[in-house]
Design a binder for this molecule. Structure first.
Ligand code: DGT
Ligand code: CA
Ligand code: CA
Ligand code: ZN
Length: 584
């Protein structure tokens, strides 16, 4: 089974850590750490060495570790690692994530106090037992408590909007430093993923500036913890709990490194394979010829000036970062120069917004003015329906009063060429019916149908609800289909393929809810949506004037989901949209 260099390095490092926890010979343990480091920065694919049975040619890898690596590639397991894992309680292994607490002290605390969970450790730090241990003291105990509190407080991932808030000022700051020739965000953030593990930043700079740039980076005011400081990479944690990785490469390596660290891993694997098929080697340092033995020939670099050049060499057109997920983009850009994707400028109006009539914070008028201010041509107001009492859902009488207000506002806004559509976000009830009588539903300009209650019903029940809602003649858009809240709550269990087919067949759109907590429809359904000809709308679900600006996140996700402007309702003019609403 092919393995990645990173996977092998990770296992070896785990052996190193567990050996220290187990109190094994220090030099033997360090050998595993060295091997892990070497393999992490290895320019070639470790599989070549495994196949050629010459792992020991790699500096720092002896016979015994070579055998471990081979065993891992063959079986997915390493005996030493397995037996270590059995000897060290799992709880104690988690202590390794506590920054500032090394394996030696972990072993000491675990053995002398006989505790093995993080909760017990925290308690022992608080009641003075840890401070009494040799070589630890009160200061160490306090530091451990703080690290544990960080760990408890911060999630492993954050939302796209949260990552942007961290990355933008950091990049602005770094960009001003001496010697920074190029700087770009990489990783999942550059790919516009809906959640971000860590923020990756890449700089191109000459060698003599590297240490100055890293000094400034780890000394930045937002840094609460330095996680690592090396010659080419440093990592920090910010106040918000996020990790930021900064890598610095030579300016001429910048495009290849940017490509590598943008990922995704899956996309990179295919690119490297394409390079091999063309007698080339692609890595974060550049593009090189392969020699007769199939090794990277670092003396034979291939010229490139940009990511575009590298793609060209691999017989591909430039692939925008959002699409680099190995979901058909490679095949597409073999043939095509560009994919027609919706962009910020294409958005002409705002659909799905709440007002003070239900749980919004602003009047319809204020929401409309905020739309006009941002250059939009219309607003589709969609307050909650009657069943959503907790969110101030509208009774049939209130609906009619709201319509009068909208009629008046439309008269007032007519000379500004702005239009308010009468919409509603109708609950999809437990049995799939909508939340008003049909004769009232028919009179809205459009209906968004959303599930707000019972999102955890079994798949068959959920699908039945959606089937009924989609086929209802008044339903024009399905709101936030899964109801997920990113990093907080899973969405409904749905057959998304069927849902998409059904919606397309019944000329009903499924929104891309642009609220960064939702981003639902998920972009992963983009290929299916494209095949089915599904219509969508990039909807801010705004409860506040500021919420309108969430449309930007929805556009990113729509691009990632391969939506062209023609399949996004709010790229239409108000008249075209009115026609589409009336058409079902
Ligand atoms: P994240 O941080 O979990 O949201 O996701 P990424 O994609 O930002 O992943 P990260 O930060 O671990 O690494 C950044 C990029 O570096 C990743 O997208 C591709 C590249 N990379 C990292 N590790 C590997 C690896 O083992 N193999 C390959 N081919 N690329 C890697
Ligand atoms: Ca990352
Ligand atoms: Ca990273
Ligand atoms: Zn809703």
């Amino acid at each position: 089974m092919p393995v990645t260099n990173q996977e092998v390095a990770k296992r070896l490092r785990e052996i190193y850590q567990l050996m220290q926890l187990a109190g094994e010979n220090r030099f033997r343990a360090i050998a595993f750490d060295r091997a892990a480091q070497t393999i992490e920065s290895l320019n070639d694919d470790i599989n070549q060495y495994i196949e050629n049975d010459n792992l020991t040619d790699i500096k720092g890898i002896g016979n015994s570790i070579a055998e471990d690596i081979t065993q891992y590639a063959e079986t997915g397991k390493i005996d030493v690692l397995e037996s270590l894992r059995e000897r060290i309680p799992e709880g104690v292994i988690k202590w390794l994530d506590i920054s500032g607490l090394g394996p030696k002290n972990i072993a000491k605390i675990h053995k002398e106090l006989g505790i093995s969970t993080i909760e017990e450790l925290k308690k022992a730090c608080e009641d003075g037992r840890v401070a009494e241990l040799d070589g630890l003291g009160e200061k160490s105990a306090q530091k451990i408590i703080q690290s544990i509190e960080w760990m408890e407080q911060y999630d492993e991932r954050c939302r796209l909007d949260e990552a942007i808030v961290i990355a933008e000022p950091m990049i602005g700051f770094l960009n001003e430093l001496d010697g920074v020739e190029e700087i770009k965000v990489a990783g999942s953030l550059r790919r516009s993923a809906e959640t971000i593990g860590d923020v990756d930043i890449l700089i191109g700079a000459d060698e003599d500036h590297i240490s100055g740039i890293f000094d400034a980076f780890v000394g930045h005011e937002l840094v609460v913890e330095i996680l690592g400081r090396g010659d080419t990479k440093s990592s920090i944690r910010t106040q918000a709990g996020r990790q930021v990785d900064l890598r610095i490469v030579k300016p001429e390596q910048f495009p290849a490194a940017l490509m590598y660290f943008t990922g995704s891993k899956e996309h990179n694997v295919v690119l490297r394979q394409r390079a091999r098929e063309r007698g080339l080697s692609l890595n974060e340092y550049g593009l090189f010829k392969l020699d007769e033995e199939g090794d990277t020939n670092f003396d034979k670099p291939i010229d490139y000036d940009s990511e575009s050049d590298i793609y060209q060499t691999l017989d591909l057109n430039f692939i925008i970062p959002e699409l680099r997920e190995d979901r058909g983009e490679i095949e597409f850009f073999e043939e095509n120069e560009k994919m027609n994707l919706v962009a910020d400028d294409d958005i002409r109006g705002v659909i799905h917004a709440h007002s003070t009539w239900s749980d919004g914070k602003f009047s319809i008028k204020a929401m409309a003015e905020a739309c006009i201010q941002r250059g939009y041509e219309y607003l589709g107001i969609t307050d909650h329906s009657q069943t959503a009492a907790y969110a101030g859902g509208l009774s049939p009488d209130e609906v009619k009063q709201q319509w009068e207000e909208i009629d008046q506002l439309n008269e007032a806004f007519a000379d500004q060429n702005f239009r308010i559509f009468k919409g509603i976000e109708s609950d999809i009830l437990g049995d799939g019916s909508l939340d008003y009588e049909d004769d009232l539903l028919e009179q809205f300009d459009f209906v968004i149908a959303s599930v707000h209650q019972g999102i955890a019903m079994p798949r068959s029940k959920m699908m039945e609800r959606f089937r009924k809602a989609i086929t209802h003649p008044a339903t024009r858009i399905i709101g936030h289909p899964t109801g997920r809240l990113l990093l907080r709550r899973d969405g409904s269990d749905l057959d998304m393929n069927e849902l998409i087919e059904l919606a397309a067949k019944h000329h009903t759109a499924i929104e891309i809810n642009a609220n960064p907590r939702r981003l639902d429809l998920d972009w992963r359904h983009g290929n299916k949506a494209k095949d089915a000809g599904l219509m969508s709308a990039i909807n801010p679900d705004a409860h506040h004037t500021d919420g309108i600006d969430d449309i930007q996140y929805g556009v990113k996700i729509a691009r990632k989901g391969k939506f062209e402007p023609a399949r996004i309702l709010n790229t239409k003019s108000a008249d075209e949209l009115a026609k589409w609403f009336a058409k079902k």
